[in-house]
Design a binder for this molecule. Structure first.
Ligand code: COA
Length: 260
């Protein structure tokens, strides 16, 4: 599949999706969001892809937000529609996906850019990265899950301060807040993301999906996370990977998981 605003590269079982609108600091316009939906859905369906790294083109930005130039024409209904479509087609799709997705934050991650990173399962950043949710400077609030996911990741007090002041934080602050899990030199960002993902990809794929569902259940209204864990734990016992994992342990060899 050819994309106008994304670059797709594959290394082993890792697929890298690079948002490629460098002249607009990789801002998410409608077309880019539609392409992201297609690319992510394809990556989740492709048996040769074990996990995904999302990053931005160029040295300056991961994603500098939703494309502000597309906002001007919208009224209240248009805004609601934009937010709802974004949630279901891209941000929730990533967050609820059964394959691990890592955001490699290589510069500005603002507004929808930080929301994209927060929808990913793991975030790492280069030391030049700057993160923030500046929507209130535009008379808006975050609309792609930012008010919820930032609160879940950093707690209510820090989320309130970041969203209400619209201030950007440094990669070091983000590490301290728990918003990212590693900060590295820009040159090491992708190799660090690959190192983490390659380790994850040695683990049992169905167990990874079950773990993602169970962890997400901790933050899903109306769902009892402990009950989700019980059900997912039980289902793992019915997989071939479980039998292989236990057999490999007993035989003191490396497990060969097939995702079955
Ligand atoms: N939407 C649309 N275009 C954007 C954009 C966005 N979110 N962020 C950056 N761009 C465009 C700029 O308009 C500019 O385009 P131009 O060269 O055609 O004028 C280009 O990307 C480069 O950005 P510029 O502002 O010149 O870079 P800078 O280094 O001076 O500033 C930022 C960088 C990130 C501080 C600044 O671009 C910015 O504040 N962007 C908007 C951030 C934001 O509010 N995001 C949340 C949206 S909800």
């Amino acid at each position: 599949m050819e994309f106008q605003n994304l670059l797709i590269t594959n290394k082993g079982r890792i697929q890298q999706i690079t948002i490629n609108r460098e002249s607009k600091l990789n801002a998410l316009n409608k077309d880019t969001l539609a392409e992201l939906h297609t690319a992510i859905a394809e990556a989740f369906q492709n048996p040769e892809v074990g996990g995904v790294i999302i990053t931005g083109a160029g040295p300056k930005a991961f994603v500098a937000g939703a494309d502000i130039s597309e906002f001007a024409a919208l009224d209240a209904d248009g805004g609601t529609q934009l937010s709802r479509t974004g949630h279901t087609e891209v941000f929730d799709l990533i967050a609820n996906g059964g394959k691990p997705v890592i955001a490699a934050v290589n510069g500005f991650a603002l507004g929808g850019g930080l929301e994209l990173a927060m929808a990913c399962h793991i975030r790492i950043a280069s030391d030049n990265a700057k993160m923030g949710l500046p929507e209130v400077t535009l008379g808006l609030i975050p609309g792609y899950g930012g008010t919820q996911r930032l609160t879940q990741l950093v707690g209510k007090g820090k989320a309130m301060e970041m969203i209400l002041t619209a201030d950007m934080i440094t990669a070091g602050d983000a590490l301290q807040y728990g918003l990212v899990t590693h900060v590295v030199n820009p040159e090491e960002l992708l190799s660090k993301a690959e190192e983490i993902l390659n380790k994850i990809l040695t683990r049992a794929p169905l167990a990874l999906a079950a773990a993602i569902r169970s962890i997400n259940a901790a933050y899903t209204d109306g769902v009892n996370g402990y009950e989700t864990e019980v059900a997912e734990f039980g289902k793992c016992f019915g997989t071939k990977d479980f039998k292989e994992g236990v057999a490999a342990f007993m035989e003191k060899r490396k497990a060969e998981f097939k995702g079955e």
